[in-house]
Every structure is written in structure tokens, then in C-alpha cells.
Design a protein around this ligand. Structure first.
Ligand code: ADP
Ligand code: MG
Length: 257
């Protein structure tokens, strides 16, 4: 598998629809979403609860498949990867920060960060060195031996971000990484994350409710009811035209030419 060069496309959704449930009880989580994310960029995805943000992220990360449309990750359609290849991809080239952090309680902070690297085949000593360096960089080096359950939300968040970065993954996917942290602390880790991603010419896609994260993003996208908008309006030109007589809030008696 070739590594991504320059500002190449890391993942691409083309006209993706995702429907949950069975006939008669269907939820359309995404409808006709097209999106490409590239090396060197941090993309922020904003949208209200239920708008399809998590669904979009899990598709980008190869955790599920679309009902219609295509998902390409690292230049290859998701359905062309075997389950084993996909698993390996997620262990080595994609870093996830889940909304609930999903740290393993039975393991120390250090082992949590090392785990994905070990899956990815990084030798134990090297994995340990990298994990400790990241924990230190994130100001929680002294917590390496602690159990996640004894940590604050902010500390857990740092561990989750360290784990996502540990493998040097080219695509980082973060689902509401600031969680309920309505503090500068939550933003601080996003700043660290995006700085790392930029420095390595990797790609991050971050979902959030928190518009303050926009300060660290190269691009901001809005999801609304399963459809993507850019900050300036709908991303596709399939926008229902405004009533032609309504221009800038002023009603004209005939459309302008
Ligand atoms: P967000 O992350 O923006 O809150 P989600 O992608 O989680 O949005 O959900 C989008 C829509 O799909 C919501 O209406 C949600 O209830 C529904 N949904 C999400 N996951 C499932 C699922 N596994 N089964 C059924 N419906 C789901
Ligand atoms: Mg969500």
C-alpha cells in the first residue's frame, strides 16, 4: 500500500447514503454526502445532535459501510478490503478518538496507549518509548501507571488523543473529543492534536458541537439532517432555489436578471 504523498486524498465519500433500521422503520442518517479529505488538513464537522456526524466519521474510518454510494480510504474502495485488511488499516493507518474515549479499565494508561501500537506490530520497547513521550508531551507522563478510572475527564481525553496519535496514523478521526469539557482545557488538547497532524502532513477529521475548534481547522463543514453544507450554504448545487423574488430579504415583484 502506498503512503499518501503531498496533499493527496486520504478518504473520499461519493454520494453516500446511510440508512439504519428495517423497512417501515428507517432512519436516513446520511443522504447523498460527497466529501474528500486530504493530507495536511484538519476538517471540522459541525452539526446538531442526530445530524449524522458520527455516522459520517465511522464511514470514513471503515467501521461501517454505506447503504448506497462509495467510500474510499487511502485510494481504495472499502468493499475491496478484506475484513482482515480493514482491521489492519484501522490498527495502523487510522487513529480514532471516540466520544466516550473507550479506554480499557483493566489496563494502565501506558498500556492503553501501547495497545494499538502492539496490534500494529510496533515492538514493545519502541511502543513504550513512543507512548511515554506522548503522555509527557500532553502533560500526563506521571499518570502512565494509573488506571483510567482514576483520571479526570480532561486527563482521559489526553490519553485517548495520545492513543490515536501513537501509531503515526495518516488519518485521525475524533468524535466530539472535547466531550463535556466546556473548558479551555478541552480546546488545548485539540490544539495539540491539530498541531501534530499538521506537522506530520496527516489528516484529521474532528466532529464537535464546539465552534471554537474552528480556530484550529483548515476547513469547516456543516451537517444538517444528513446533508452536508459548506459555511456559505449547501455544498451541492442541489439547493432548492430561494423564492426568486426574495433577494437579501427584499421582495422584488419580478426575479432580478
Ligand atoms: P450525530 O452524531 O450527529 O448525533 P448520528 O450519526 O449518531 O448523528 O445519527 C444520525 C441519525 O441516525 C440519528 O437519527 C440517529 O438516531 C440514527 N442512528 C444512528 N446510529 C443508529 C443505529 N445504529 N441504528 C439506528 N439508528 C441510528
Ligand atoms: Mg455523534
Amino acid at each position: 500500500m502506498s503512503r499518501i504523498q503531498g496533499n493527496g486524498c486520504v478518504a473520499r465519500l461519493t454520494d453516500v447514503t446511510r440508512i439504519y433500521g428495517t423497512a417501515g422503520r428507517e432512519t436516513v442518517a446520511l443522504r447523498g454526502v460527497s466529501l474528500a479529505v486530504h493530507a495536511g488538513e484538519t476538517v471540522l464537522l459541525l452539526g446538531p445532535s442526530g445530524s449524522g456526524k458520527t455516522t459520517l466519521l465511522t464511514l470514513l474510518g471503515g467501521l461501517q459501510r454505506p447503504t448506497a454510494g462509495t467510500v474510499e480510504i487511502f485510494g481504495r474502495a472499502v468493499e475491496d478490503y478484506s475484513p482482515r485488511e480493514l482491521q489492519r488499516l484501522r490498527a495502523t493507518r487510522i487513529g480514532f478518538v471516540f466520544q466516550t474515549f473507550r479506554l480499557l479499565e483493566a489496563l494502565s494508561v501506558l498500556d492503553n496507549v501501547m495497545l494499538v501500537m502492539r496490534f500494529g506490530g510496533v515492538p514493545r520497547a519502541e511502543a513504550r518509548r513512543r507512548a511515554l513521550a506522548l503522555l509527557k508531551e500532553f502533560g500526563i507522563g506521571d499518570l502512565a501507571g494509573a488506571r483510567p478510572g482514576t483520571l479526570s475527564q480532561g486527563q482521559k481525553q489526553r490519553v485517548a488523543v495520545a492513543r490515536a496519535l501513537a501509531n503515526d496514523a495518516e488519518l485521525i478521526i475524533a468524535d466530539e473529543p472535547t466531550g463535556s469539557l466546556a473548558t479551555a482545557q478541552g480546546l488545548d488538547i485539540v490544539r495539540l492534536l491539530t498541531a501534530e497532524v499538521r506537522q506530520r502532513n496527516h489528516c484529521a477529521v474532528i466532529v464537535s458541537h464546539d465552534e471554537r475548534i474552528a480556530a484550529y481547522a483548515d476547513r469547516v463543514l456543516y451537517l444538517e439532517d444528513g446533508a452536508l453544507r459548506t459555511s456559505g450554504g449547501l455544498a451541492s448545487d442541489a439547493l432548492d432555489p430561494l423564492p426568486s423574488a426574495l433577494v437579501g430579504g427584499i421582495e422584488l415583484d419580478r426575479p432580478p436578471v
